[in-house]
Design a protein around this ligand. Structure first.
Ligand code: FES
Ligand code: FES
Length: 225
């Protein structure tokens, strides 16, 4: 995308455009501001010196690994990781609940960490490994925590579940599942509007104690194949 379409602008930006600030000057300056490359107040744009095109990179290029697959791509630098996953890569398992870091529905793994993909710029995954809910199991072989969520009714509507599962995996890896209270504390960034918290805690404990039904994975394989 070489230029920003008018329909993508905020209402305030549109009204500034109506104030007869030239389209080229406005778009160039707004884009630079979005990139953190310019501090020019909009009010001073009318006095900008010329219509000469400004030379700046509209895209960033990244190399990354998502669910074990190496990828090289060019991105609008404003794209969030969540939008990259859902809108461009079709990985819709990560959910957009609040889009502001408050619900955890978008939780994915980046290296050793769990992160809110809605608060992460896609450009930040350059050189990193990202794992989404699609990368932890398959249609024929579920991850133990997925089995445990099924066994312990760790969900109702399921909207928060991908994020809960991605967080639960890290809680277990980080050894933060010593008690119910500790599990609740370390899972507290993941909100469940259905209130399935009791089942979620039981699911995490069953993987911690390895009491989940390992046969369920095999039964799933037989059923699907
Ligand atoms: S959608 Fe990212 S934290 Fe809610
Ligand atoms: S299962 Fe519905 S929001 Fe958690």
């Amino acid at each position: 995308m070489d230029k920003i379409e008018e329909k993508e602008l905020w209402p305030e930006e549109k009204s500034l455009m109506k104030a007869e600030i030239s389209r080229r000057k406005f778009i160039t300056s707004a884009t630079l501001a979005a990139l953190g490359l310019a501090m020019t107040p909009y009010a001073t744009l009318a006095a900008a010196p010329s219509n000469k095109p400004v030379n700046f990179a509209s895209f960033v290029e990244i190399n990354t690994t998502i669910n074990g697959q190496n990828m090289k791509m060019k991105l609008d630098p404003r794209t969030s990781l969540l939008d990259l996953l859902r809108e461009q890569l079709g990985l819709t398992g990560s959910k957009k609940g609040c889009n502001q870091g408050a619900c955890g529905a978008c939780t994915v793994h980046m290296g050793k960490d769990r992160i809110n993909s809605c608060l992460t710029l896609a450009a930040q995954i350059d050189g990193k490994e990202v794992t989404t809910i699609e990368g932890i199991g398959s249609e024929t072989e579920f991850h133990p925590i997925q089995v445990a969520f099924m066994e312990h009714d760790g969900y109702q509507c399921g909207y928060c579940t991908p994020g809960q599962i991605m967080s639960a995996i890290k809680v277990l890896e980080e050894d933060h599942a010593g008690s119910d209270a500790e599990i609740r504390e370390w899972m507290s960034g993941n909100i469940c509007r259905c209130g399935a918290y009791k089942g979620i805690v039981e699911a995490v404990k069953s993987v911690r104690d390895e009491t989940y039904d390992k046969k369920l994975i095999k039964r799933t394989q037989q059923k699907v194949s």
